[in-house]
Design a protein around this ligand. Structure first.
Ligand code: ADP
Ligand code: MG
Length: 237
């Protein structure tokens, strides 16, 4: 196995008046291709900051990040945008769907940026929405869908492009328990099918049962790394 994400002594500081907060405080980490990995820790421990840095949405104040063989911390904004479109998918806690677009239109957005022809885009989006169980909700707008359904649309959107890595920041944070497990099963099985790497941020201890590795974060540092509860198929019993 080769590592797909490599962080070398990464720091991210914020200046707040006279104070300097180290949200990420010296993290080195390798994540293997195809790994399902969980970043866990209390609120304010630096999980989101770390995820954004790994995904090229934010830059470190010190240290380097490689995705495959590419140093992403030295790319220009334009190069980063192209890189993200090509290799990276995101799932956010609050879905971030476009309210005026239907489910299927929301899912096709990443493909639009990649220049995929319209017919192909719709075909691919349809497949993904079927895979997440929304075959009969394709023409619905986000406001006509439940929270769980909206998160499924956002999962379909994240996977639509067939990205190498999917990053999810508290993807189950707004969902009830039943939906939580369903969403994690969905993401982990989609990722495994295509040998994609999945990095999930959560402060929910239960959710880490889906991961092969749990990286515990505290005060911007790695506190410890544990093997996930279920290493065989990553699914909860
Ligand atoms: P988590 O996702 O684990 O809750 P975050 O990465 O969001 O933690 O935040 C880590 C620390 O960095 C917190 O102390 C937070 O207040 C601070 N922080 C995050 N983003 C900013 C910002 N844009 N400006 C200043 N401080 C920030
Ligand atoms: Mg966060």
């Amino acid at each position: 196995m080769s590592s797909i994400i490599t962080l070398n002594d990464v720091y991210r500081g914020y200046k707040m008046g006279q104070e300097r907060i180290m949200a990420v405080n010296g993290i080195s980490l390798e994540i293997e291709e195809g790994e399902i990995c969980c970043l866990q820790g209390p609120s304010g421990s630096g999980k989101s900051t770390l995820l954004h840095i790994m995904a090229g949405l934010d830059r470190p104040t010190k240290g380097s990040i490689k995705i495959g063989n590419t140093r992403i911390d030295t790319l220009s904004e334009n190069q980063l945008a192209v890189f993200r479109q090509r290799y990276i998918g995101f799932v956010f806690q609050s879905y971030y769907l476009i309210p005026t677009l239907t489910a299927i239109e929301n899912v096709t957005i990443p493909l639009t940026f990649c220049g995929v022809p319209k017919k192909k885009r719709l075909q691919r989006a349809k497949e993904l929405l079927e895979a997440v169980g929304l075959k009969d909700r394709m023409k619905h707008k986000p406001s006509e869908l439940s929270g769980g359904q909206q998160q499924r649309v956002s999962i379909a959107r994240a996977f639509c492009n067939n990205p190498k890595i999917i990053f999810a920041d508290e993807p189950t944070g707004n969902l009830d328990t039943a939906n939580k497990y369903e969403m994690m099963n969905l993401m982990t099985s989609l990722a495994k099918e295509n040998k994609q790497t999945l990095v999930v941020v959560t402060h929910d201890v239960e959710i880490s049962g889906f991961a092969s590795r749990v990286i515990k974060i505290r005060d911007g540092k790695i506190e410890k790394i544990e093997n996930g509860r279920d290493q065989n198929d990553g699914k909860m019993a």
